[in-house]
Ligand binder design. Structure first.
Ligand SMILES: C[C@H](CCC[C@@H](C)[C@H]1CC[C@H]2[C@@H]3[C@H](O)C[C@@H]4C[C@H](O)CC[C@]4(C)[C@H]3C[C@H](O)[C@]12C)C(=O)SCCNC(=O)CCNC(=O)[C@H](O)C(C)(C)COP(=O)(O)OP(=O)(O)OC[C@H]1O[C@@H](n2cnc3c(N)ncnc32)[C@H](O)[C@@H]1OP(=O)(O)O
Length: 384
């Protein structure tokens, strides 16, 4: 696989760090999640542990922190998901670790970044989205801004951007032989993702208030409509050639309607489309619109998405050994595609000994770390 041989240490954290580690593992990296020894008694919240192994290490004990330093000496990548200052307090800041291993890629995945007024503040996806400016653009007409689950800042602007940064740094290291520090701020990650929004402000695309523009729920031809069986259809017929096909499928006559881009007519047109979509079931609309270019697609539940013929044909969803479905890693590389593990997620501390041995610790050193309470082996299922 593309990232075969790359050794990653992922310090256990909330949502974005685990996604970042899972992407790297799916594409072949050897990812070790460093769990807290004290968390044995709790269920671990990481549902994105596919393909990872777990090492339980108490970083608050000097022996535990020293063990991580040693592990970093042989690792390619460290992912740390704590607020600025945490790693420094543990004596594990980038200056220390990069001095010991100049090839190390030290990825710092935070909400607010390593500097700035909020660098040491707690926060979550919705806060990062707010600070990036993006949240102000999301939401329905006359409603408050709306944060769509924690997909945008946590996962897209955080986990995915950080994985991209790591791969870029690995690519550069192949030339220079040197590692570097990645300051992956979710505020900046999601702001960067929204470059189109920022750079299209003067195009007239966003001249209406929130929820009344072309792509934010204002246009009748870019909207979700309820069907007679309580399901939904997603309509995205932007270009005139596709809009024509939408109108035809709805049984309307283009010549009897206002022009597509007549913004003042959009609210009325939305009502018209809504009343028409409400007359047939989702399946009936699919039979009308499938195989056309009207850009009308059913809104599917997770179960229906996994069993939809298009997705099945492409094997877009996969099953693990426990029978759990999840999305296949994307994108698909032609020669070296990801090969996601089908095994269950690791127990906390399940691989402590084998990992330490692999990284050059002797059995005696491991026994000493255990008696110092710096590591743990207990095999509890990580089921967060
Ligand atoms: C919206 C999302 C968040 C979604 C999270 C959900 C997935 C989970 C939220 C609630 C969970 C459920 C709940 O807990 C109840 C159940 C519990 C059960 O165990 C599992 C099932 C649950 C139902 C559980 C299920 C799920 O887990 C939940 C639903 C987000 O936005 S995520 C993005 C958050 N932001 C960031 O990641 C940015 C960077 N990080 C931070 O800003 C902070 O880390 C953060 C997130 C604000 C947390 O702050 P905190 O004070 O807790 O941590 P830090 O300041 O970073 O310091 C870490 C300290 O921990 C020490 N430490 C770390 N590793 C070790 C170790 N191996 N050994 C010893 N000590 C360690 C470290 O030294 C720090 O200590 P100090 O503070 O003393 O320096």
């Amino acid at each position: 696989m593309a990232l075969g041989g790359v050794r990653v240490l992922e310090l256990a954290g909330l949502a974005p760090g685990p996604l970042c580690g899972m992407i790297l593992a799916d594409f072949g990296a050897q990812v070790v999640r460093v769990d807290r020894v004290s968390r044995f008694a709790e269920a671990h919240g990481d549902v994105q542990a596919r393909g990872k192994r777990s090492l339980a290490l108490d970083l608050k004990r000097p022996q535990g922190a020293a063990a991580l330093r040693r592990l970093c000496g042989r690792a390619d990548v460290l992912i740390e998901p704590f607020r600025h200052g945490v790693m420094e307090r543990l004596g594990l800041g980038p200056e220390v670790l990069l001095q010991e291993n100049p090839r190390l890629i030290y990825a710092r995945l935070t909400g607010f970044g390593q500097t700035g007024k909020y660098a040491k503040s707690a926060g979550h996806d919705i806060n990062y989205l707010a600070l990036s400016g993006v949240l102000s653009k999301l939401g329905r007409k006359n409603e408050n801004p709306y944060a769509p689950v924690n997909l945008l800042a946590d996962f897209a602007g955080g986990g995915v951007m950080c994985a991209l940064g790591i791969v870029i740094a690995l690519f550069e290291r192949a030339r220079s032989g040197r590692g570097q520090v990645i300051d992956a701020s979710m505020v900046e990650g999601v702001a960067y993702l929204s470059s189109f929004l920022w750079k299209s402000q003067k195009m007239g695309l966003w001249s209406q208030p929130r929820g009344q523009n072309l792509l934010d729920g204002g246009a009748p031809f870019y909207e979700v409509y309820r069907t007679s069986d309580g399901k939904f259809m997603a309509v995205g017929a932007i270009e005139p050639v596709f809009y024509k096909q939408l109108i035809k499928g709805l049984g309307l006559n283009l010549d009897e309607l206002p022009t597509q881009m007549s913004v003042s007519d959009w609210p009325g047109m939305k009502k018209k489309f809504a009343s028409i979509f409400a007359q047939k079931t989702q399946a009936e609309w699919c039979s009308i619109f499938d195989s056309t270019d009207a850009c009308v697609i059913p809104v599917l539940s997770f179960d229906d998405a996994a069993s939809h013929p298009h997705n099945k044909e492409r094997s877009s969803f996969i099953k693990n050994e426990q029978g759990e479905m999840s999305p296949r890693p994307a994108p698909v590389l032609s020669r070296t595609p990801a090969v996601p593990s089908r095994k269950r997620d690791p127990f906390i501390g399940e691989h402590t000994e084998e990992i330490l041995l692999e990284y050059g610790f002797t059995k005696q050193e491991i026994a000493k770390l255990y008696s110092d309470k710096a590591i743990g082996f207990k095999n509890l299922k990580a089921n967060l």
